[in-house]
Design a protein around this ligand. Structure first.
Ligand code: FES
Length: 173
């Protein structure tokens, strides 16, 4: 089940607004996704998930095209994108570091892990390094609580972390 950010009506502050200028992305890459859901009205979430898999994030022009294909307004699509934490409005780095802040990881020092990574890379949570190599995110439970504290770098899982171990892992990338 997708993690929700807050109310779709916007009680939580969205992470960013769509840019006024159109993003320079090739919308032809989106066509197979739209074609797949042509017969399914209301398939906005799966369309957005697959669009994000294509582009790595959801540029404004892509959200507008999904809205058009799904028969909903761009603001409805934007509401969905800002409601679920799985969707990104900005491009991410080559390596996405997801630090777990679920209960088991929290009590085992997840905060120190995030602080260590943020300090090492010079970015805040949710940020991306200037060279677009790393993005740092927080998630709630990666499903391996016995290894707490845990983080994932792309598909690789690292457990029983300490600040020292984290620094060594980062150096290997
Ligand atoms: S709480 Fe961190 S993996 Fe479950």
């Amino acid at each position: 089940m997708a993690k929700k950010r807050g109310s779709a009506t916007g009680t939580k502050k969205p992470r960013g607004k769509p840019k006024s200028k159109k993003d320079a992305v090739d919308l032809r890459r989106l066509e197979p996704v739209l074609k797949k859901y042509r017969e399914e009205r209301g398939a906005i979430i799966p369309m957005l998930q697959q669009a994000q898999a294509v582009y790595g994030y959801l540029p404004q022009s892509v959200m507008e095209r999904v809205a058009e294909a799904g028969g909903v307004s761009p603001s409805e699509v934007y509401g969905v994108v800002t409601f679920y934490t799985q969707f990104r409005l900005k491009p991410v780095g080559d390596y996405v570091i997801r630090v777990c802040h679920g209960t088991a990881c929290h009590v085992n020092g997840a905060e120190r892990i995030t602080e260590t990574i943020a300090g090492q890379l010079g970015i805040d949570e949710g940020g991306t390094t200037d060279d677009s190599k790393f993005t740092l995110e927080s998630v709630v439970c990666l499903g391996c609580c016995s290894l707490a504290p845990v983080m994932m770098i792309n598909e690789e899982t690292y457990g029983r972390l300490t600040p020292k171990k984290v620094r060594t892992i980062l150096k290997s990338y």
